[in-house]
Structures are given as structure tokens and as C-alpha cells.
Design a protein around this ligand. Structure first.
Ligand SMILES: [Zn+2]
Ligand SMILES: [Zn+2]
Length: 106
């Protein structure tokens, strides 16, 4: 892993600063997803905290269509390893969560 790669990862992580999102908006995003991660579908809890991801990687773009709640694991997997995530309401007929599973089983 070279330094440039590390830098990009840090940049991408910081660019999704979850602190910048109002609690009410955050709640809306989580509720519309049924309190489940937008990638692996696990339920959020204190032991499975949610993070708000910006689909276009622009932390200032807080339009609901640009926001997706992910569990900390999926969020990190997306930014670090490029595991694909899809906007809410995306047709999940293909096995998005098995892609996630395959990653964890590696
Ligand atoms: Zn997840
Ligand atoms: Zn993110």
C-alpha cells in the first residue's frame, strides 16, 4: 500500500463527515430504510452504529437522494475497497448483500 493510496482513503473517509448532518435528517434517512443498512441489510443498534454516506462523495450535498445509511463495516468497505453501494430504492434483485457476504468470507 503506497502513501498516495492511504491519503486517498483518509480523504474519502473525512469527506463523509457524519457529524455535519442534522439529527432530524439523519433519522429520516435511517427510518426510510427501515433501520437497516443500505448494503448488508443488518439492523442498526448501539452495537451496529449507522453512518450516513454521501453517494456522490460531496459532504455538502445533503439532499435526501444523496444520502444512504450504512453500517460502519459497509461504509468502511465501500471507501477502502470500493464495494459498490446503491441509492435507496435501488432494485435489489441482484445479490447486493451476498456481494457483501462474499467480501467478509474472503
Ligand atoms: Zn452494512
Ligand atoms: Zn461514505
Amino acid at each position: 500500500m503506497n502513501n498516495m493510496y492511504v491519503y486517498i482513503v483518509i480523504y474519502l473517509t473525512l469527506s463523509c463527515d457524519v457529524q455535519g448532518i442534522q439529527q432530524s435528517l439523519r433519522n429520516k434517512v435511517v427510518v426510510r430504510q427501515g433501520n437497516a443498512c443500505g448494503l448488508c441489510n443488518c439492523n442498526f443498534s448501539k452495537m451496529m452504529p449507522h453512518e450516513i454516506h454521501h453517494l456522490n462523495h460531496n459532504p455538502k450535498d445533503n439532499r435526501p437522494s444523496n444520502l444512504l445509511a450504512l453500517c460502519a463495516n459497509c461504509h468502511t468497505a465501500h471507501h477502502r475497497f470500493g464495494i459498490p453501494v446503491y441509492p435507496f430504492n435501488y432494485n435489489y434483485s441482484t445479490n447486493v448483500s451476498s456481494a457483501c457476504k462474499a467480501y467478509y468470507e474472503q
